[in-house]
Design a protein around this ligand. Structure first.
Ligand SMILES: [Zn+2]
Length: 512
């Protein structure tokens, strides 16, 4: 009796061991390109870190688990030594011309392996997307690039330009270029309703275009009509109305001269109730309290194209001066505008006015003009922006480029870890990584990227979060970020501590 019991027990144990070892994925054999051992993996989904090894073969993740090194041959071994291994970051809103700045080192050095271009209503190559993409494929890219079709660009291509209501054939032409664009690989439509000519568009035009976006499974990325505190709700409503036809997304979500965490929570609650009602709405945020754009942002519409600025200046000078004085003061005064290019680069509007001994509104009217400069505008509130950043459906963007004179183009993703995770503890590292990987990938509909899973593309980072530094400042905006030891793009090492940097392993990503 007793020995039978014992045998039964042994049988159960054996079956148990068998079952357990089958369930654990067995260490693979064969040849691989990269082995990363001893890594603390944050897989991008927001899950806690776990320790494992990872194998890359060709451009993809081939295995995650315990690797028996006796069974494999590998070209390159990286001992992560307990450091973080995460997916490469995905920048939901970026700028730059891939035929001019193809290395995109500013992005690579802050851990970004994919950037989303064609933003704010303006896109390159939209008139012949296929040939533009082919040209970029041939010249190579430092990071992966995907693009949206710009709404203002559609207005230009269709001859609609500055007219508020397009003719039937102009509208049909915009729809057709958009439809073809998405079918040839663009991820959706971007708008910049704060800029001309996008500014002139009204609801029926937007509906007609967003319907095309929805039918082709794209997304609407929106630089909203007006981000000022007293206009932002109206702008959100306008966007949510388009959410009936396609997923909608608020680009660089901010409230200009709004203040306080409560204000941020109020706006997030508004988005939440839209979601309850079935609207797919998300947002991205960059981690700085100054915006950056053309100085035209402070001028009234009637002083900008297609109107003749010289004539406006002659006919309505006092009115223009009053407008600019009020608008600048509302936006935290002339100290809060910092010129980023031209003769006055590095000086605030207040400093330029002082040096010329004229009022700041005269500097804007006579010296600069609506198209004469770009600048950084310190118009945001840290408490409010932090609340927007923390929302579970907000991802991270830089809104930066290799050439822009704002630190966000070189620092954003490093600053999230250095400041918002390490110092301020406004985000956990797992959550921050999710906002920079899996979340933006799901928002834009990017497949097989943004997570560490077998079969996913090997866009990977190895880093010690304590070593991450954003070095770019408003004075020196082009200093590269530091601390990302290995940056792997499509299974190739683009940046490593011991080797000369190799780049242009990025690809132009086409929506399937
Ligand atoms: Zn924008």
């Amino acid at each position: 009796m007793r020995s039978k019991c014992y045998l039964n027990f042994l049988l159960v144990v054996c079956i148990g061991i068998l079952f357990y070892s089958c369930k654990r994925s067995e260490s693979p054999s064969g040849s691989f390109d990269i082995l990363i051992t001893n890594a603390k993996i944050l897989d991008g989904t927001g899950a806690e870190a776990f320790t494992a090894d990872l194998l890359v073969r060709d451009d993809s993740i081939a295995f995650v688990g315990d690797v028996d090194e006796r069974k494999i041959t590998v070209m390159k071994k990286i001992d992560a030594d307990g450091k973080i291994l995460s997916p490469g970051f995905i920048d939901a809103h970026a700028h730059g011309d891939p035929l001019v700045d193809a290395d995109f080192l500013n992005f690579l050095h802050m851990g970004v392996t994919t950037i989303c271009l064609g933003q704010d209503g303006f896109s390159y190559g939209s008139e012949n997307l296929t040939s533009w993409m082919t040209q970029i494929d041939a010249s190579g890219l430092g990071v992966n690039v995907l693009s949206f079709i710009g709404h203002s660009t559609l207005r230009e291509l269709s001859g609609t330009d500055f007219v508020s209501v397009p003719t039937e054939s102009q509208l049909a032409s915009m729809q057709e270029i958009l439809r073809q664009g998405i079918q040839r690989g663009a991820y959706g439509l971007s708008t910049g309703l704060e800029y001309t000519p996008g500014y002139f568009a009204q609801a029926p035009e937007m509906t007609a275009l967003v319907q095309v976006v929805g039918e082709n499974k794209g997304i609407l990325m929106s630089h909203m009509r007006n981000e000022d505190d007293d206009q932002v709700e109206k702008s959100i409503n306008e966007l949510l109305a388009q959410g009936a036809f396609a997923p909608v997304h608020i680009s660089h979500f901010k409230v200009v001269y709004g203040k306080g965490a409560e204000r941020g929570r109020f706006l997030l609650a508004k988005l939440d109730s839209a979601r309850q009602a079935g609207i797919d709405v998300t947002a991205d945020v960059y981690p700085y309290t100054a915006s950056y754009t053309g100085i035209g942002i402070v001028f009234p519409e009637w002083a900008k194209a297609p109107n003749d600025y010289k004539k406006v200046k002659a006919a309505r000078r006092d009115e223009l001066a009053n407008f600019l004085r009020e608008r600048i003061n509302k936006r935290n005064g002339p100290d809060a505008t910092l010129f980023g290019n031209g003769d006055w680069r590095g000086m605030t509007l207040a400093q330029v006015a002082d040096s010329l001994a004229i009022p700041f509104e005269d500097v804007l009217i006579d010296v600069v003009g609506p198209e004469g400069a770009s600048g950084a505008y310190f118009v945001m509130n840290e408490d409010l922006q932090t609340v927007l950043l923390q929302d579970s459906l907000t991802c991270i963007s830089s809104d930066g480029s290799p050439t822009m004179h704002h630190p966000r183009g070189y620092g954003s993703f490093a600053k999230i870890i250095r400041h918002y995770v390490n110092e301020k503890q406004a985000l956990t590292l797992a959550d921050a990584i999710r906002k920079m990987t899996y979340l933006p990938a799901s928002i834009v509909g990017l497949e097989k990227r943004g997570a560490i899973k077998v079969g996913y593309k090997a866009d990977l980072l190895v880093f010690d979060p304590k070593e991450i530094r954003d070095k770019a400042t408003y004075e020196e905006p082009h200093r590269l970020a530091e601390g990302f030891e290995y940056v792997i793009v499509n299974g190739r090492i683009a940046k490593s501590p011991d080797e000369k940097e190799n780049y242009r392993y990025g690809l132009f990503l086409r929506k399937e």
